[in-house]
Structure formats: structure tokens, C-alpha cells
Design a protein around this ligand. Structure first.
Ligand code: PEP
Length: 252
């Protein structure tokens, strides 16, 4: 089964509104002839409506870096799936390790956010990943299995047809350390097997599994050549349009 690659940029808490518009406009121009690869950028919530206008009609889609699982209500400071959809987002990054680490996001909250995304017509990108200590302790597979089983608790395969999983080893995010191709191949194969076990072969074969963690123009081709790698979630190297387009054009 062929899976359309997805190259996604997580802009984290960088760029003011005008800076985000400038970078997104530049990216939309540079990517105008890209075919057969889905492109997404996730600016800060505040910039979303501005960036949405800037990339309208282009092949650059938008995402958010988080959302809340309730539709509306007295939840000070939170933003719902319906709100981000109305502002132009098609994707949501859910359970990023920085949200788990700094904002106490649990697997249960992640699961509810995945559900809220799907119910709201947003494609969830479920992030999973082990810390350096967990890897050294030989716990990588059990940590990832738990993040997936708990994060997708009570779903059936039909619900998950749009789901994307991003494997992001915490020790590789923003550190310049990338997992080796052998490590990535092993983990991605394991994730696909687990999806097969939990939800069946059809979803296992169609689900896109991204790698994230210090992806750069000079390592993306090797990562993308691995059979179970269907794209990349890129932080630092997505901030500059000229650099990000080189990642998007990984096969050129
Ligand atoms: C990320 O934030 O998801 C990420 C992978 O960051 P970086 O590419 O900077 O390691």
C-alpha cells in the first residue's frame, strides 16, 4: 500500500504573527510545485488565522501544536478542535514530549485529545517517544507500547483512519542527535506491528508513521528511505523556509 509522505513543521513558541506570515508565504512559494508529499506547518495559535490567509490556495496545510478535548466551556486558556478548525487547521500535534514533560500531559489526556481531534475533523499526529534513561534501561519498547495502547484506548480501527503517529525519541529532540537508521527502522516496524495487533492489518498498512528528532536536510533522505518511515516531524529545521523546503524535497 502506498502512503503519501507527510513532512510536518512544528514551530513551537517561535515567531510573532508577522514573522510567521513571512515564513509561511515564503514556504508556500517555494513549495508550489511539490506533488505527492503532504506539507504541514504548525505555528502558534495566535498566528493561525493570519498564516491561514497567507497560505490559502497553496499546498501548505496548517496544524496546531495542541488542543483541548472539550468542545467549549469554562476552561480558561484552552482552545478546542472546533476553534482551530474554524481558524484553518487540518492537523493537530498531540502529546508532544514537551507537553508531556512541561505541562504534565498524561496518556489519558492525550487519548481524549486524539478523540476530540477526530470528532472535530482534525488529523491527529500522536507523538510518542522514550527518554534517554528509559532507552538505557531497556524500556524503549514497553514505554512506546504503553503510550500507544493508552493513547488510543477504546478506539476502533475505523475511527483511526486519519491518525498519524510520530516517533520522536526525547533524547533526539532539539539536541542535534538523530536516532540511527537501524534504531528508527526497528522502532517503526515495531509500531506498525503493534497497530496490526491492536487494530488489524488494514490500519497497520495505511497509517503514516513519522520520525522526529533533529531531522535536517542532510539526514532526511536516509531516514525517508526506510520502509516504515512515512514522513518527518521537524522542529528547528522547519523555522526557515529555505531549509525546510530542502527537507520537503528529500528525494530530489
Ligand atoms: C519536534 O519538536 O518535534 C522536533 C522533532 O524538534 P527538532 O527537529 O528540533 O529536534
Amino acid at each position: 500500500m502506498s502512503r503519501t509522505p507527510l513532512i510536518a513543521g512544528n514551530w513551537k513558541m517561535f515567531k510573532t504573527g508577522p514573522e510567521a506570515v513571512a515564513a509561511a508565504t515564503s514556504l508556500a512559494g517555494l513549495a508550489s510545485d511539490v506533488a505527492d508529499t503532504d506539507i504541514m506547518i504548525a505555528p502558534a495559535f495566535l498566528s493561525l488565522p493570519l498564516v491561514s490567509e497567507a497560505v490559502a490556495g497553496s499546498n501548505v496545510k496548517l496544524g496546531v501544536q495542541n488542543l483541548f478535548y472539550e468542545n467549549e466551556g469554562a476552561y480558561t486558556g484552552e482552545v478546542s478542535a472546533a476553534m482551530v478548525k474554524a481558524a484553518g487547521a487540518d492537523y493537530a500535534i498531540i502529546g508532544h514530549s514537551e507537553r508531556r514533560q512541561y505541562f504534565g500531559e498524561t496518556d489519558d489526556a492525550v487519548c481524549r485529545k486524539v478523540k476530540a481531534s477526530i470528532d472535530g475533523g482534525i488529523i491527529p499526529i500522536l507523538c510518542i517517544g522514550e527518554t534517554e534513561v528509559q532507552r538505557e534501561d531497556g524500556k524503549t519498547f514497553s514505554v512506546l507500547d504503553k503510550q500507544i495502547s493508552n493513547g488510543l484506548n477504546n478506539f476502533c480501527s475505523r475511527d483511526l483512519s486519519s491518525l498519524v503517529i510520530a516517533y520522536e525519541p526525547v533524547w533526539a529532540i532539539g539536541t542535534g542527535k538523530t536516532a540511527t537508521p537501524d534504531q528508527v527502522a526497528e522502532i517503526h516496524g515495531n509500531i506498525r506491528s503493534l497497530i496490526n495487533k491492536l487494530f488489524g492489518n488494514e490500519l497497520a498498512m495505511s497509517i503514516r508513521i513519522l520520525y522526529g528528532g533533529s531531522v535536517k536536510p542532510d539526514n532526511v533522505s536516509e531516514l525517508m528511505s526506510l520502509g516504515d518511515v512515512d514522513g518527518a516531524l521537524v522542529g528547528g529545521a522547519s523555522l526557515d523556509a529555505e531549509t525546510f523546503i530542502q527537507i520537503i524535497r528529500y528525494d530530489k
